[in-house]
Ligand binder design. Sequence first.
Ligand code: NAD
Length: 421
Amino acid sequence: MADVLVKETTNPYEIVKGQIRHACEALELPEIAYELLKAPKRFLEVQIPVRMDDGTVRLFTGYRSQHNDALGPTKGGIRFHPAVHPDEVRALSMWMTLKCSLLGLPLGGGKGGVVCNPKEMSERELEELSRGYIRAIAPIVGPEKDVPAPDVYTNPQIMAWMMDEYSRLEGRNVFGLITGKPVEVGGSLGRSEATGRGCVVTVARAAERIGLDLTRATVAVQGFGNAGSVAARLIAERGARVVAVSDSKGGIHAPGGLDVDAVLRHKRESGTVLGFPGAREIGNEELLTLDVDILIPAALENQLTAENAPRVRARIVGEAANGPTTPEADAILRRNGVLVIPDVLANAGGVTVSYFEWVQNLYNFYWTEGEVNQRLEEMMGRAFDRVYAMHRERGVSMREAADMVAVQRVYDAMKARGWLH
Ligand code: NAD
């Protein structure tokens, strides 16, 4: 079992291919559907020369994967990380196809990456790398072709540099090239809260479906960063009692409920949630198996495993993080009647507001934060309903249902476009 786990968790390309094959088979699609979906339509490798601060020139390797654009231009983040690998970039672009399709967006799946360690680079070197990368992939990106966004170790500033460089090449402003930009240069209001907000919408729907009154529910949130802290704050606003949160240093537990805003202030001042007055300190492992109604993993992948899943007591798991549950843990949770809202659904708020940003850029007409949030809630709610209906009708897990809904929509588009004969 351990070998299987290691193999499954370290080979994302194999995992996503398996998911797509499984969905194609469950939907009884012709073999050509899987053949078209099992690899990216286009994959580009580039070399980027950067003059370093010490005067030497260093070559960096970058990738851009465009998996499937049957539904519209491809979309997906750019990762700057030493461990970026072409198969990982391929796999991430395939998950983006599923996520965009599931949410009903007119977008396909893409992803990019550069092998580098931004923590060891100066701001000037990082800017030169960002500009060099977008110049290298410029022939295949653009608002109507492929629209990148931030991912691990890339941020709004990097998006602004890339948009600026591409605009220079084109000789005009092209804000719609890329999303996740600062608000001053075409970024959308509401983007930074979107993932946590979307997650809470899906958790609230799930609670409704299983007859759990949110105002009486208790919640534990693992990870108190962008996704987790917003999810904790917004679920508390809906009346739930957040009894435990954690960060990389450990967790805190207060059965009577935590004042999430006060915990946020405490973390901002001290750098950690630990030491929050009136709360007991717990380990991250203990947090996952607390006696709560709702568990929101919002930190890292592979947190719920075959080892701890049997002890999970929550009735709903909302996967704000990407890949927090191993396949074995997933099967155990399902057997134990836990409703798992899969990552492609629960954390799709980010890409949904990225889509809104692109739309606003194309129209040059900007929405209020209230409009963004309202549209986000509508789209997340509809996506949840589609997945839940498939889950009930076909007797499959929410994760299988999400993959099936997503693959079916891409298949229908490919069929309508005449790609299957
Ligand atoms: P972040 O860096 O803002 O926050 C991560 C948090 O996890 C931090 O509080 C960190 O201290 C904590 N953490 C790290 N190791 C931990 C551990 N072992 N146990 C408990 N906590 C730990 O990152 P984020 O943007 O909030 O992303 C969190 C997850 O959500 C990731 O899986 C990411 O892929 C996913 N996600 C985020 C977005 C988004 O828009 N931010 C969108 C989709 C998915």
